[in-house]
Design a protein around this ligand. Structure first.
Ligand code: C5P
Length: 221
């Protein structure tokens, strides 16, 4: 074991995609692998934090030393996060579905000859924004992610302000970068007072460096 600068701190991490049901057998999902979020949970645990990882469906094993809450939908993810509070730090790395089907069918939709069904969508809760604006229950440090395809720094800075979080880890997910499902990541850390661009590194290395930055933030308080 190395140094434990986050001993006594509770870290909440979201990871993976969400699955939003259409009917009992179908769902809307996205390509998030959960690699980055799970690596962050593991890295925070290695620095001594008590970690609650709220994960959507992924192929990742539960990281060592973390309490893992498995969820499927955005609404379940939000409820699990709220139930996990208080936390000193929240890192929202999940790729939460923006929309869900407004009226989930309780029976499998059938081809009945009248053409394909129209799926009305409704907006999901924004977990990062909710945690960032949680009043007295707000974690002292809230970190969000931004996946952008161009003008990464400008869009990420705007997102930081809009969501109300403290830091944004922004990455370029333009086609060809291989970030989604890949093992490397090129990120920028955006804070209120500026940003740092990190060299391309493995998702594990990004996680370790982010965990160190989080520990540094608590040491300076
Ligand atoms: O708005 P956008 O999805 O681009 O923002 C990404 C950030 O917001 C990520 O940190 C993601 O985990 C978080 N998010 C969330 N709940 C949503 C949508 C995004 O926590 N419904």
């Amino acid at each position: 074991e190395g140094p434990q600068p986050l001993a006594g701190r509770h870290a909440l991490v979201t990871s993976g995609p969400t699955h939003e049901p259409i009917d009992p057998v179908r769902y809307i999902a996205n390509r998030s692998s959960g690699k980055q979020g799970h690596a962050i949970a593991a890295a925070l645990a290695r620095l001594g934090a008590a970690v609650t990882l709220v994960s959507g469906p992924t192929r990742q094993p539960d990281p060592a030393g973390c309490r893992v809450v498995h969820v499927e939908t955005a609404r379940e993810m939000l409820a699990a996060c709220e139930a996990a509070l208080p936390a000193d730090v929240a890192v929202c790395a999940a790729a939460v579905a923006d929309w869900r089907v407004a009226a989930e069918a309780d029976r499998k939709l059938k081809k009945d000859g009248s053409g394909p069904p129209a799926l009305a969508l409704t907006e999901n809760p924004d977990i990062l924004a909710t945690l960032s604006q949680a009043g007295p229950r707000r974690p002292a440090l809230v970190v969000g992610f931004a996946a952008e395809t161009g003008d990464v720094l400008a869009y990420a800075a705007a997102k930081r302000a809009r969501k109300g979080c403290d830091w944004i880890v922004a990455n370029d997910v333009s086609p060809g970068t291989g970030t989604f499902g890949g093992s490397d990541n090129t990120v920028h850390l955006i804070r209120a007072d500026g940003s740092d661009s990190w060299p391309t590194m493995s998702k594990e290395a990004v996680a370790a460096r982010l965990a160190e930055a989080i520990a540094g933030q608590f040491e300076r308080r």
